[in-house]
Design a protein around this ligand. Structure first.
Ligand code: AKG
Length: 221
């Protein structure tokens, strides 16, 4: 198994190994509810800029790697969602601008979201930091290893993958663990069977600049 071939890797106990063991501090200071665009949240910003995270992002993406987007997920008995198999194809930017290849503009929580060309998505890596144990019963991600190498897929491309390989691989991760994944890796998330809190800080890093006048919504690192 390798990150390049599979499109994901899991590092158990990553937060515990950060300088000062950050798991408990992050559990205590995490946002109170699901939130988008949370690189401005002090604890998340600090995590995104932690030397160990920047070093790993730099090794995967190149020395200009920095965090450009963060989302906080808390799957719990009141918010127990299910997401069908998909690729992550949206980025957030400062301001809308008509640039070739950037399509499907929307505004979410006041922030412009857009689907960039595949080359931009291929230069992003998502870091998912788990604040709680995330088991097969508690909303673990299901992934289709290697699917990122097919590039950006249309819906029928995803259907084709699912016909060939109906069962994805469920990825349990313990509290403090980090799952690193390519956004174009096909992934899904099931409802928790035994829901309790399943908190994940999802931070996206890239070394890429956007074509002017577009700018990433936020940049840390
Ligand atoms: O954490 C989850 O349950 C959903 C994650 C997901 O599907 C995504 O980030 O696109």
């Amino acid at each position: 198994m390798s990150f390049d071939a599979d499109g994901f890797s899991i590092y158990e106990g990553f937060l515990q190994r950060l300088q000062g063991n950050r798991l408990q501090e992050l559990q205590n200071s995490a946002p109170p509810a699901n939130a988008r665009n949370c690189l401005a949240h002090a604890a998340i910003r600090e995590l995104a800029a932690a030397p160990e995270c920047r070093e790993l992002a730099g090794a995967l993406l190149g020395e200009k790697a920095r965090a450009v987007k963060a989302t906080f997920f808390d799957k719990n008995p009141d918010k127990n969602w299910k997401v069908p198999p998909h690729q992550d194809v949206t980025i957030t930017v400062r301001e809308k601008a008509d640039v070739a290849g950037f399509t499907c503009w929307t505004i979410k929580d006041g922030v412009p979201n857009v689907q960039p060309p595949s080359e931009v998505l291929e230069r992003i890596v998502a870091f998912r930091f788990h604040l709680d144990d995330c088991s097969a019963d508690n909303g673990a991600l299901i992934v289709w290893p290697g699917s990122h190498r097919a590039g950006r897929l249309k819906d029928d491309g995803i259907d084709h993958w699912l016909l060939e390989k109906p069962l994805g691989l469920t990825c349990p991760v313990g509290a403090g663990g980090l799952m690193v994944m390519r956004p174009l890796l096909i992934h899904a998330s099931s409802q928790a069977v035994r829901p309790s809190h399943r908190r994940v800080i999802h931070i996206e890093y890239t070394a890429a600049d956007l074509p002017a006048p577009l700018r990433w919504y936020d940049e840390v690192g």
